[in-house]
Each structure stands twice: as structure tokens, then as C-alpha cells.
Design a protein around this ligand. Structure first.
Ligand SMILES: *Cc1c(COP(=O)(O)O)cnc(C)c1O
Length: 360
């Protein structure tokens, strides 16, 4: 093994998904897949989650939503929330991808494309509840809902959902955001014709604040076992991946390990503890292509070093590593470059591990 490996455990992922679904029920899980499934690989995540019974998939843009559609065996629901070009809208409509809509202009373009193609667009209107990140302002809400309802009557739109995104900065702010959200939902008209799904919360609020959950919860981080930075451990949630590299040279009292900042490992992580065959040792320095780890008796080329991962004697997770440098686990995982091989560890494969095709 001369390239670093991100070892991805399918069983842990499925077990996290089970724990999340139990915790949030009766709210349904929408598995969020942005940033190539938080660096774990989108195809792997979709295939595994589908086996785990997940029925909703959320991806940032239409391009990755199409990738989700290609991987899915059954006709599950897919939601893409980035404002997209007309060409992307066409692709979304053809492949039954629901669109998140945060501006009246985007809604008008979707209606126009649906009319041209003779298709019906599944639309989730986004109310701005305070984050000021692509959402309809309360003062333009009623007019935009009316436009969506008119297009619905014409057969070009189905108003499937209402959604928003929380800051998760304080409970009070999130409470206020929910108030604005529910007011917007009330303004969609007769409760008998209410949109089918309401979604407001992501990992942390879905887990800790049951009163904020809608009928659907958009969750990424916790399914991959990424807990919130400076947040508590989560019962039943385990980091899905561990990052492993091997000793490539032994110099004086140190082991040189084949992973560096060019692989996406922040050089500011120097000083962290990593797992060696002899227990925890200091990661003394991170260079471009290799890193230096304090040595141990009998160290040899080929020894495996665990940069993070459960039970690895170094940092438990990408999050605990990230906390050392004031960032979040997602950043550590999504920065890893394609040179880091994604290796799927699945008990059902005879050899125990199976290389994913990505980057090889
Ligand atoms: C990233 C994201 C999520 C998922 O957030 P997690 O904290 O990873 O669960 C949900 N909704 C939107 C709009 C997002 O951008």
C-alpha cells in the first residue's frame, strides 16, 4: 500500500442510518449526499443506503442528483436544492428529480421548462427563516406560493414540499426560524392540500430537538458518523471511515509516513496523536507528500498508521482531529484528494476489503 487509504465501513454506515431513523421517527430520513457523500463516495453511499431502506436522497446540485438516479435501483425520491441552469432543469424533470426553489425567478424558469417539455416539476419552496442563504423572503412568500399553485393547476408543477435551513447557532434563533417556517406553511392554503413534505432540520437539530422536526429530516453528517465539533458523542453513531497510511521510510528516531498536505491533510494538524502498532505517537510534522511520526521500537517500512478512526489509538474521528485546529470533521473528510484511495470494507466481501473504482 503506497497510497493513503480512507477505509469506509458499510456496516457502520448502515448502523448509523438505523440509529438516525429510529431517533427521528416518525420524521423520515433524507440522506444528504453533497460533496461526494462527505468525501466517502456518492455511489457507495447510495447503493448502501438503498439497501438500508432509505427512500429520500438530497444532493446539492442537479449534476450529482443525476448520478444518484443512475445508481438507484428503485424509484426513490431525489431532491436537489441548488439554483440551476435551464439545461439542468430539463435533466432534472426528465429524471424525476425534485427541485428546491428559493427565488420567484427560479420558479418561473422551472414552470417554463416544464411547459416546454410537457412534464410536471416536483417543487419544494424554500422560505428564508433567517439564514439569508437562498430563500424566499416572508414578504414575497404568498405571491410565489400563488404562482406555484397556478402552475400546479395547469399541470406543470407539483408543490411537493416546504423547506428551510437552520443556523443551529442557538436554540432561540432556531425556535424563531421554526415560527417563521410554520407561518409560511400555513400560508400554502387549505391543510387538506398541504404540501406532502415539510423539512427544516439537518443532523444536530433533528437529533437533539424533536420539536423542530418536520415530516422529513435532511441529514448528512450523523449518518457518516461525523458528530458536531465540540458536540457530545452520539449514542449508536460510529465514524464510518478511518484514514490509514503506511511507513515509507525510517529516519533516525522517526517514521516517515506516506501522507502529506498535498493529500489534503492540513499541515496545522502537526502535534496530533496518531495510532501506531505500538500505541499513540505524536505526528511531529506534515510535509507535502509525507509526514513524520515519533518512532517506536521495531518500527518498519510498511507499518500502518491510523490518522483517525475508532479504536485506532490516535484520534477517534475526523471531528476529534478537526477540533484540534478549530474546524469541523466534514472539512477534514472532504479535503482528502483523490490520491487517497477510498476502500470499502464490507464483511460480505470474501477478502474483507474491496477497492472502489474511484481514482484507481
Ligand atoms: C449540508 C446540508 C444538510 C445536512 O447537514 P448535516 O449537518 O450534515 O446533516 C441539510 N440541508 C442543507 C441545505 C445542507 O446544505
Amino acid at each position: 500500500m503506497n497510497r493513503p487509504e480512507l477505509r469506509i465501513h458499510t456496516e457502520r454506515f448502515l448502523s448509523n442510518i438505523r440509529a438516525v431513523r429510529e431517533r427521528i421517527a416518525p420524521s423520515e430520513l433524507m440522506l444528504v449526499l453533497k460533496d461526494d457523500a462527505y468525501g466517502h463516495g456518492l455511489s457507495w453511499a447510495v447503493e448502501a443506503a438503498e439497501r438500508g431502506g432509505v427512500g429520500w436522497y438530497g444532493s446539492y446540485d442537479v449534476r450529482s442528483a443525476l448520478e444518484v438516479r443512475r445508481v438507484l435501483q428503485a424509484d426513490a425520491r431525489i431532491f436537489a436544492w441548488a439554483t440551476s441552469t435551464d439545461a439542468e432543469i430539463d435533466e432534472a424533470l426528465l429524471h424525476r428529480i425534485d427541485l428546491g426553489v428559493g427565488t420567484a425567478e427560479y420558479l418561473a424558469r422551472i414552470v417554463s421548462r416544464a411547459q416546454t417539455l410537457g412534464l410536471r416539476a416536483g417543487v419544494h419552496l424554500k422560505i428564508d427563516t433567517g439564514l439569508h442563504r437562498n430563500g424566499l423572503l416572508p414578504e414575497e412568500w404568498e405571491q410565489t406560493v400563488a404562482a406555484a399553485r397556478a402552475a400546479e393547476a395547469g399541470g406543470h408543477v407539483a408543490l411537493v414540499g416546504v423547506w428551510s435551513h437552520l443556523a443551529e447557532a442557538s436554540d432561540a434563533e432556531d425556535d424563531e426560524a421554526q415560527r417563521v417556517f410554520l407561518e409560511a406553511v400555513n400560508l400554502t392554503g387549505d391543510p387538506a392540500e398541504a404540501p406532502q413534505v415539510l423539512h427544516l432540520t439537518a443532523s444536530a437539530a433533528s437529533w437533539w430537538r424533536s420539536e423542530l422536526r418536520g415530516s422529513l429530516s435532511r441529514i448528512g453528517a450523523f449518518c457518516y458518523g461525523i458528530r458536531s465539533a465540540d458536540g457530545p458523542e452520539l449514542a449508536g453513531i460510529t465514524p464510518v471511515a478511518e484514514l490509514v497510511a503506511t511507513v515509507v521510510d525510517v529516519v533516525d528516531d522517526c517514521a516517515l509516513v506516506g501522507i502529506g498536505s498535498f493529500d489534503g491533510l492540513p499541515s496545522t494538524l502537526a502535534g496530533a496523536a496518531v495510532g501506531t502498532p505500538a500505541g499513540a505517537r505524536a505526528l511531529e510534522r506534515i510535509d507535502h507528500l509525507a509526514s513524520r511520526v515519533a518512532g517506536w521500537p521495531g518500527m518498519a517500512v510498511g507499518d500502518e498508521i491510523v490518522l483517525f478512526g475508532p479504536g485506532g489509538q490516535g484520534e477517534e474521528s475526523a471531528t476529534s482531529l478537526a477540533e484540534r485546529i478549530g474546524t469541523v470533521g466534514e472539512e477534514i473528510l472532504t479535503r482528502l484528494t483523490p490520491r487517497v484511495r477510498r476502500v470499502i470494507v464490507s464483511p460480505s466481501t470474501a477478502s474483507g476489503t474491496q477497492a472502489l473504482l474511484r481514482g484507481d
